[in-house]
Ligand binder design. Structure first.
Ligand SMILES: C[S@@+](CC[C@H](N)C(=O)[O-])C[C@H]1O[C@@H](n2cnc3c(N)ncnc32)[C@H](O)[C@@H]1O
Length: 211
């Protein structure tokens, strides 16, 4: 039986700060593969937001591709490591320590949003976060999102152990109704993203353009 989902992770900052309090980059320093594959949707000089960016592997890589990158995360230890990674690689990213309900997303501010493994959010928090994402994109702006499907509960190779946090195609179609879906795919792959996302995984990827 699955563990019943809490309303949200209590004290997420403490939990994640403790997970990040190690010299290793627990999700690695290479960008997520779905993001790397689809980031050509954005052009050099465009402004992109990395939601809950953790230790910075995605924001740093995007900045090195010539994008203007803002990133936030609730865990100050993660953000400190992200700043170190950016400095070590000569990348410029505007980092903020913030939770997803309080970050200042603005309206029609971004050409792109990267939301990679942000399934800490329960359905209510997810709806608020997706609302911010829809709103902060400019018309024509593109969201690149990666998560796990409910099948991941069998694999147990990463992600939250709560079905209600996971994504299906129908869920993402409904959340981004009115966007043009450039890619929406459920698939399986071997992940090697640090120590935390490792092994056979049930994934879903979305690339969606705001009209
Ligand atoms: C699975 S990690 C993914 C990190 C990063 N996106 C990546 O792909 O490497 C989830 C991230 O969400 C952050 N997080 C958890 N709850 C949050 C919240 N309420 N607001 C903002 N960030 C949160 C954690 O600190 C952690 O960095």
């Amino acid at each position: 039986m699955n563990t019943p989902a809490p309303s949200a992770f209590p004290d997420a900052a403490r939990t994640w700060n403790s997970r990040f309090s190690t010299e290793d980059f627990i999700f690695g320093t290479e960008p997520n593969a779905w993001l790397r594959e689809h980031a050509g949707a954005w052009q050099r000089g465009q402004r992109v937001l990395c939601v809950a960016d953790g230790e910075g592997r995605n924001s740093v890589w995007l900045a090195k591709q010539g994008l203007l990158v803002d990133a936030y995360d609730i865990a100050e230890v993660g953000v400190a490591k992200a700043r170190q990674l950016a400095a070590a690689q000569g990348a410029q990213v505007d980092y903020t320590v913030a939770d997803c309900d309080h970050f200042d997303y603005g309206e029609a501010r971004y050409d792109g949003v990267a939301a990679i493994f942000v399934q800490f959010a329960d359905p209510a928090m997810r709806e608020r976060m997706f609302h911010h994402i829809r709103r902060c994109l400019k018309p024509g702006g593109v969201l690149i999102l990666q998560g796990y499907t409910p099948r991941q509960l069998e694999y147990k190779t990463g992600g939250p152990p709560f079905a209600s946090h996971l994504y299906t195609e129908d869920l993402l179609r409904a959340a981004f109704a009115g966007f043009d879906l450039l890619a929406l795919r459920e698939y399986e792959a071997e992940l090697t993203e640090g120590s935390q996302h490792k092994g056979r995984s049930a994934l879903i990827g979305l690339v969606a353009r705001k009209r």
